[in-house]
Design a protein around this ligand. Structure first.
Ligand SMILES: [Zn+2]
Length: 425
């Protein structure tokens, strides 16, 4: 048994040998490549002319691909000691390399990284946010002096001199994946799932301002993009972050064509996402909020998935599934009091992939949201990758059952019964 507490993620040692994995696994002898700009360089190439490292047309690679991902670490968007730090995405990429979950370890082409993509356009962002807010952030970006950090929203959320541009790149990384998944679904009935390894996160950002570490609503922007550009009318959004995705919730609250389903810790930030918040007007019933009691863990999520997520999605009949993939419900993250494990995220990813295959031609894109313990974040995303490519889980090596307490089974059951009654499931 290997426990997370015994792992060491020395990300501050940017040029040294970084040991991340327990004994018995491969470790990368030098990780300098991770930090020298190759992985994180921005490209200005056209979003639609995506190519892989061998410069073959990307579309030719899609037949074998099971997973495609994009990386936007927003290295300039950082505030010292803030949990939403620029170490988050590099820690994930490092784990993926060490667990051989990057394209260079998969000659068959089952994993592809999209490196050439455009930032989102202002019009893309303005499909969800007010143009005045977008302009303000762009103004701050152009006028800030280096290293100046402003708190610009609740949460607290900050902005640096690169926040606007970084956020545009992050949103664009998600849209590029969406383009690729949709293109793949036209030639393959079992297309790859997308995973956007991006930050800043998005699900708390509201129409006119940033909030809760989030700047632009990446998932909401992608939902509107899927409808507008690809004609995918019905979008089903699953948000498994520990906190309620209030920004996404609000963006589609009266929209019958975008179903927003969030399960999150009851009473946690930002305090919204109660049982009775179920949509309004034409969108009544197309929002489902399930607050779970503190202490909810793997058993709770399995029940929620089987009894709530699956029947909801089946009834809605989506054209695409988007996922707000937050990893801050992990038992080792103090920002919430949930008890999700690496295995919980593996199970969720497997289930969601199967759901997408059954309901919407396999079209599905995950977007990184929260997750602030670098070790549990990286390993949970890595095990999500395992699930999405059909590899076995390594959760039994990563998770330590000794840190888990008994789940509040009766309260969870009551919560599930209540939401099933409200939504007639
Ligand atoms: Zn969160």
């Amino acid at each position: 048994m290997v426990v997370l507490n015994n792992l060491h993620c020395s990300l501050s040692s940017a040029t040294g040998n970084v040991l991340f994995l327990p004994a018995g696994h491969h470790s990368v002898s030098s990780n300098t490549r991770l930090f020298n700009g190759n992985v994180f360089s921005r490209s200005k190439n056209q979003r639609v002319t995506i190519r892989n490292s061998s410069s073959q047309p990307y579309i030719d690679q899609l037949n074998n691909a099971k997973l495609i991902y994009s990386v936007a670490p927003s290295m300039g968007h950082n505030k010292k000691s803030h949990p939403e730090s620029h170490f988050r995405v590099p820690s994930i990429v490092l784990a993926l390399e060490q667990l051989e979950l990057t394209p260079e370890f998969r000659d068959s082409g089952e994993i592809i990284e999209i490196k050439d993509f455009n930032p989102a356009s202002v019009d893309d962002i303005a499909s969800v946010h007010e143009r005045d807010y977008v302009s303000l952030l762009e103004f701050l970006d152009s006028t800030m002096k280096k290293d100046v950090v402003f708190n610009i929203g609740g949460g607290p959320t900050y902005a640096t001199e690169t926040t606007f541009q970084d956020s545009m790149v992050a949103a664009g990384a998600g849209l590029a994946l969406l383009d690729s998944v949709v293109a793949a679904s036209k030639i393959n009935k079992d297309p790859p799932v997308g995973f956007a390894l991006i930050r800043p996160p998005g699900h708390h950002a509201v129409q006119h301002k940033p909030m809760g570490f989030c700047v632009f609503g990446n998932v909401a922007i992608a939902a509107r993009y899927a409808q507008r550009v690809h004609g995918l009318k019905r979008v089903f959004i699953i948000d498994f972050d520990a906190h309620h995705g209030n920004g996404t919730n609000d963006a589609f609250y009266d929209d019958p064509d975008v179903f927003f389903l969030s399960f999150h810790q009851d009473g946690s930030y930002p305090g919204t996402g109660k049982f009775n918040e179920a949509g309004a007007g034409a969108g009544e019933g197309a929002t489902l909020n399930l607050p779970l009691p503190a202490g909810s863990g793997d058993a709770a999520v399995r029940a929620v998935f089987d009894e709530v997520v699956v029947p909801c999605a089946q009834r809605f009949k989506p054209d695409i599934i988007l996922v707000s993939a937050g990893y801050d419900g992990h038992v080792l993250i103090p920002l919430a009091q949930l008890q999700f494990t690496t295995g919980t995220y593996y199970m969720l990813a497997s289930g969601i992939k199967e759901l997408a295959r059954d309901l919407c031609g396999g079209r599905c894109v995950f977007f990184l949201e929260g997750g602030y313990n670098l070790e549990s974040l990286a390993l949970s995303v890595a095990d999500t990758f395992h699930a999405l490519i059909g590899d076995p889980s390594l959760a039994s090596e990563f998770d330590d059952p000794n840190v888990l307490c008994e789940e509040p089974k009766a309260q969870v059951k009551e919560a599930i019964q209540r939401i099933k009654h409200i939504h007639s499931l």
